[in-house]
Design a protein around this ligand. Structure first.
Ligand SMILES: [Zn+2]
Length: 252
């Protein structure tokens, strides 16, 4: 009967239309190679290898670019992945009223370069991991090659995550430090492939090429990190550079 077949066609059309189920957006972002696997399944953020902030030389726009590129964990993780920096996100954690981890992870080796963190596998915010990665590739490594004629094999540090307040010269603590959010790295020096070890404590004020190297990476660090504190700031920083990804615009 014609009436029955019209009904069957109508029912078939309803079935074929998926009963109103939303069709997933399968259109790739521009610049995306169709046959490349999606780096972050389920994420809409894609950064092409070699095109992210970690691969761009430092200039007056670097700090803004890093901050924009690390606004969300997905965006930040895509930047690290595109640059072949190993970063494993960790669950958010609250240790006290002023101390805990949000959007943090473990920074592993940068597979695109030679310098390794020592100690390795450091827990920090993704934003700090991205800033450290920019600084390592675009400042620390080229400055060592240019001024000291050797590659950096280790970036030595005194840690990132610590539940403590900001120390002043007399050692008292006041407001919570960026370290209580794993958002600052205390850099103490580097080891070079030729065996030399350069430290903030021993080489900062020496007037040598080693001192020039340390001052250059401090100055360039100010274009990557929101806050950089060196021995020029106060006695508490006589042996390290405090490198903080968050805004603040303090550089000394
Ligand atoms: Zn610090």
């Amino acid at each position: 009967m014609p009436g029955t077949s019209r009904l069957a066609v109508a029912l078939l059309l309803v079935v074929l239309s998926g009963c109103g189920r939303p069709i997933p957006n399968t259109v790739p972002p521009s610049g995306y190679t169709p046959y490349a696997p999606a780096p972050n399944p389920g994420s809409s953020v894609y950064v092409a290898p070699g095109a992210g902030v970690i691969d761009q030389p430092i200039d007056s726009g670097t700090l803004g670019r890093v901050q924009r590129a690390t606004q969300t964990p997905a965006q930040c993780e895509a930047e690290l992945e595109a640059a072949r920096v190993t970063f494993s996100p960790t669950p958010d954690r609250v240790n006290s009223e002023t101390c805990g981890l949000t959007a943090a992870g473990v920074l592993g080796p940068d597979m695109g370069t030679t310098a390794r963190m020592a100690p390795s596998d450091v827990t920090m915010t993704c934003a700090l991991a991205a800033a450290v990665s920019v600084w390592r590739r675009q400042s620390v490594e080229p400055a060592a090659r240019a001024i000291l004629g050797s590659d950096v094999v280790a970036i030595e540090h005194m840690g990132v995550y610590a539940c403590r307040g900001v120390r002043n010269d007399s050692g008292e603590t006041s407001r919570a430090s960026a370290h209580s959010r794993a958002a600052a790295l205390d850099f103490s020096g580097v080891r070079l492939r030729d065996g030399r070890r350069i430290t903030v404590a021993g080489d900062w004020a020496a007037g040598t090429p080693e001192a020039r190297f340390l001052h250059r990476i401090r100055d360039e660090g100010c274009r990557v990190f929101g806050t950089v504190l060196s021995p020029d700031y106060n006695a508490v920083h006589h042996d390290h550079l405090h490198l903080e990804a968050e805004s603040g615009r303090l550089c000394r």
